[in-house]
Ligand binder design. Sequence first.
Ligand SMILES: [Zn+2]
Length: 80
Amino acid sequence: MPQRKGAFRISACPACGSAGIRAVQEDWSGSYEGKRYVVRNLRHFHCPQCGEKVYDPSAMRQIQAASPAFAKLQRARKTA
Ligand SMILES: [Zn+2]
């Protein structure tokens, strides 16, 4: 079986098992130490049944790139 890189698909919600989970692309916001940050047009999966959100590896990278928490870690690593 050929492995397709970047083809991350979900057919059922890992939280409730609903087949209604689907890919969405929308602004995503998180918060760190009371500060909100936004990832524009983040592609991720959303379950309308239970509200679960699932992120593929590239979505995780985008979140990490925008997160002040990860920015702090990267700075710490560079100076160490
Ligand atoms: Zn669900």
